[in-house]
Write a protein that binds this ligand. Structure first.
Ligand SMILES: *[C@@H]1O[C@H](CO)[C@@H](O)[C@H](O)[C@H]1NC(C)=O
Ligand SMILES: *[C@@H]1O[C@H](CO)[C@@H](O)[C@H](O)[C@H]1NC(C)=O
Length: 608
C-alpha cells in the first residue's frame, strides 16, 4: 500500500513537469536516444564484465570457427515424404466427406480443433518444407548434445498427440533423442489412460509417461517432466505440434556452442479447422507490454542479413523452446510458486538474460502449433486469480523499479494480491549474481519502451470528430464491427466524452483509433472515394497514419499528407480524397485538441 502511494505521489509530482520530461529524466527509459546510441552505451557498460566471461566468450568464438560441421538432413526421409499422397499430406487443407456432421461439431467444440478430421489424417503425414532457402544448405556441428523432448498435456486429443510424437521421431536424427517424455497433467479422458499406455507399448520405445496425481498446470507439469529427463538439453513442447524437416540441429547447435543459450524454433501454424500447415510470419523478437501481454518487436537490420542465422530475442513465446539441462537447473527451473500458467515465459526469459545466458530464435528450426479455435470452456483448475499472482511474483523477484509500471497499469489490482514467499527466488538471483532489470531493458529489450512506453503519452486530440460542413454529424463506427467502413451519424451531446462509437483519438501512435481501444481507421485504397474502415491497430503507420492540421482543420491520411478525410453529407459516408483546402467537407473539429502535444507531432519521430 505504502509503496503504491509513494509511486502515485511521484507520478503526480512529475506530472506537473510533463510526462516527456519525466521520460527524459528517467534515464532508464532513454527516450531520445537512437537504437545505435543505446547499443553503443550497452557495449561500454558490458566492458566491465569479469575475466571468466571473457574466457567463456573466447571459448565460444573458437568453437564457432573451428569445429566440424555436417549436413544433418535425412534426404531419404524427405524424398519419401514428398511421395506421400492422401488426406492432409504435404500439409494441405483437408476436408471430410460423408460423415457425421453433428459428431464432428461436438468433437470440434470439445477440443477447439477439428478432432474428427485429425483422426482421418495420417499420424505420419508429410509437411511442406517452407524453410528459408539458406536453411536447406546449412550445416551444423557434427557433435551435438542429446535432447529430452517433454510434451505436457491435459485432455489432449489422442491422434493429435500421436502426430506430435511421430513428427519428432520421423524428423529427428535418432541418436540425438535421449527420450520423449509425456506428462499427463491429471487428464479426465479415459482415452489418455490405458489406451495411451497400450499405444505407446505397441509403437514406441523411447516414449515415457509421467502421470500427475492432481491438476498442476503447465508450469508444474513441465517441472515434473524436467525432473525425470536425462538429456543434456530439455526441449519443452505443447502436445499439439508438428515439427518440420531438420528442425532439431538448429535448436541444439547454439546450446552446443554456448551452454547458457536457450533457443526457440520459428512457430508455424496448423489450422484448427482444416489442418493446413502454413507459416505464421517472417519472425520477430519477443517482448511484452506493461500489462504483460506477449508482444513482438521488429527484427534488427543485422537479423536480416542472413535469414538462416539465429537472432537474439528478449522474450520467448513460451510454448516451444530448448534449454541446456544444467543451465535450466542452475536457474532453479521455473519458480514453482508460479501456479498453473501465466508469466512463466517472462520469468524464464528474464533470468536467462539477466543471469548470464542468451535467448535465441532459430529460423531454420520450424515447428507448427495448433492455435485452438472456439471451444467449450474447460473447468478452471483454481478459483483464484493465479495469473496476476504469478505476474506479481515475477515482477517482485526480477523487475526491480520497473515493476511499478506493471502495477500502475492495473489500477489497484496488484495491491490486493499476495505474491507469497519469494525468498528462494530472491536468493537464487543473488547467488547467480544476476544483472539488474535496467541492464536487461537497456541491453536486450532496448527498443521496447519505444513501442510499448511504460507511461502512455497523451493523445494529440480526442472526442468526437465533427464535420464542419454539417455540425450535426460526426464520424461514427455505426456499430458495423471490424473491417467495415465507418460513416456519419448525429453527434453525441458530450463532444469531449462521447460514447465509444464516436470517441476517437489521434493517439501517440499517430493513428486514429477508438479512444483507449485497439480499433483504428485504416485506408487501404488509394483512388478517389477511398473508404475508411475500422481495422485492428497495428501501430506501424502506413494505412493507419493520420494527422490533424489544426489551422486548416483537415484530417490528413498517409505520410505524404496529401489525402484528407471527407464527409459525404448526402450518403452519410466518409471517404479519403485528395486534399483541397477550399472544401468544407474536408474540415473537422475534434472534441478536444491538445495543441501543445500536436505542435510536437513531427518532432518525436515515434521515439519516446
Ligand atoms: C508411422 O510410421 C511408422 C514408421 O516410422 C510406422 O511404424 C507406423 O506404422 C506408421 N503409422 C501409420 C498410421 O502410418
Ligand atoms: C497535452 O500534452 C502535454 C504534452 O505535450 C501533456 O503534458 C498534457 O498532459 C496533455 N494534456 C491532456 C489533457 O492530455
Amino acid at each position: 500500500m505504502r509503496r503504491r502511494q509513494r509511486f502515485l505521489f511521484k507520478l503526480g509530482l512529475i506530472g506537473t513537469i510533463g510526462i516527456f520530461l519525466f521520460l527524459l529524466l528517467n534515464n532508464a527509459l532513454s527516450p531520445a536516444k537512437s537504437t545505435d546510441e543505446i547499443k553503443a552505451e550497452a557495449r561500454i557498460q558490458s566492458k566491465g564484465d569479469t575475466e571468466i566471461e571473457k574466457a567463456q566468450e573466447k571459448q565460444i568464438a573458437d568453437l564457432e570457427t573451428t569445429a566440424e560441421r555436417i549436413d544433418w538432413h535425412d534426404h531419404d526421409a524427405i524424398t519419401r515424404d514428398l511421395n506421400r499422397e492422401g488426406l492432409g499430406e504435404q500439409g494441405k487443407k483437408a476436408y471430410l466427406e460423408d460423415h457425421d456432421r453433428d459428431r464432428e461439431k461436438l468433437m470440434y467444440r470439445q477440443n477447439g480443433f477439428n478432432a474428427m478430421l485429425s483422426d482421418a489424417i495420417s499420424v505420419n503425414r508429410s509437411v511442406p518444407d517452407i524453410r528459408y532457402e539458406g536453411c536447406k544448405h546449412q550445416k551444423y556441428l557434427k557433435k551435438l548434445p542429446k535432447a529430452s523432448i517433454i510434451f505436457i498435456f491435459y485432455d489432449e486429443h489422442p491422434s493429435v498427440l500421436y502426430r506430435s510424437i511421430y513428427s519428432v521421431l520421423n524428423r529427428s536424427p535418432q541418436h540425438l533423442l535421449e527420450e520423449i517424455i509425456l506428462v499427463d497433467d491429471f487428464s479426465d479422458r479415459d482415452s489418455l489412460k490405458q489406451p495411451l499406455d497400450d499405444y505407446i507399448a505397441a509403437n514406441f520405445d523411447i516414449v515415457k509417461v509421467v502421470r500427475l496425481e492432481k491438476r498442476t498446470g503447465l508450469i508444474g507439469a513441465r517441472m515434473a517432466g524436467a525432473r525425470v529427463a536425462k538429456g543434456e538439453v530439455l526441449i519443452f513442447f505443447d502436445s499439439h505440434i508438428e515439427t518440420n524437416y531438420n528442425w532439431l540441429p538448429p535448436l541444439l547447435e547454439p546450446i552446443a556452442i554456448n551452454p547458457k543459450a536457450s533457443v526457440c524454433p520459428f512457430i508455424d501454424v496448423v489450422s484448427h479447422s482444416d489442418f493446413e500447415y502454413r507459416a505464421q510470419d517472417e519472425g520477430a523478437r519477443g517482448a511484452f507490454d506493461w500489462q504483460f501481454y506477449y508482444k513482438r518487436l521488429p527484427l534488427l537490420p543485422e537479423d536480416l542479413l542472413d535469414r538462416a542465422k539465429p537472432f537474439k530475442s528478449p522474450i520467448m513465446a513460451g510454448g516451444l523452446f530448448a534449454i541446456g539441462t544444467d543451465f535450466f537447473w542452475q536457474l532453479g527451473g521455473y519458480d514453482e510458486g508460479l501456479d498453473i500458467w501465466g508469466g512463466e515465459q517472462y520469468e524464464l526469459s528474464f533470468k536467462i538474460w539477466m543471469c548470464g545466458g542468451e535467448l535465441l530464435d532459430a529460423p531454420c528450426s520450424r515447428v507448427a502449433h495448433i492455435y485452438r479455435g472456439p471451444m467449450d470452456s474447460r473447468k478452471n483448475p483454481r478459483n483464484t486469480d493465479y495469473v496476476h499472482k504469478n505476474y506479481k511474483r515475477v515482477a517482485e523477484v526480477w523487475m526491480d523499479e520497473y515493476k511499478e509500471y506493471l502495477y500502475a497499469h492495473d489500477e489497484g489490482l496488484y495491491e490486493t494480491i499476495d505474491a507469497g514467499d519469494i525468498s528462494k527466488q530472491v536468493a537464487l538471483r543473488k547467488q547467480n549474481k544476476c544483472k539488474s532489470f535496467k541492464w536487461f531493458m537497456q541491453n536486450v529489450a532496448f527498443d521496447l519502451t519505444k513501442v510499448y512506453p511504460p507511461v502512455e503519452p497523451p493523445d494529440y486530440a480526442f472526442g468526437t470528430l465533427q464535420s464542419l460542413a454539417n455540425e450535426r454529424l460526426c464520424v461514427d463506427t455505426l456499430n458495423v464491427g471490424l473491417h467495415n467502413p465507418v460513416g456519419l451519424y448525429p453527434c453525441a451531446e458530450n463532444h469531449k466524452r462521447p460514447q465509444k462509437n464516436q470517441n476517437w483519438a489521434l493517439s501517440w501512435h499517430r493513428d486514429l483509433r477508438l479512444r483507449n481501444h485497439k480499433e483504428c481507421l485504416d485506408v487501404a485504397e488509394s483512388g478517389p472515394n477511398a473508404k475508411a474502415k475500422l481495422w485492428e491497430c497495428h501501430g506501424q503507420g502506413g494505412n493507419q497514419f493520420w494527422f490533424y492540421e489544426e489551422n486548416s482543420k483537415m484530417v490528413k491520411h498517409g505520410s505524404n499528407l496529401d489525402r484528407c478525410l471527407e464527409a459525404d453529407l448526402s450518403s452519410h459516408k466518409v471517404y479519403v480524397n485528395k486534399c483541397d483546402e477550399l472544401k468544407d467537407s474536408m474540415k473537422w473539429q475534434f472534441g478536444f485538441v491538445n495543441s501543445s502535444a500536436l505542435a510536437n507531432f513531427n518532432k518525436k519521430d515515434g521515439e519516446f
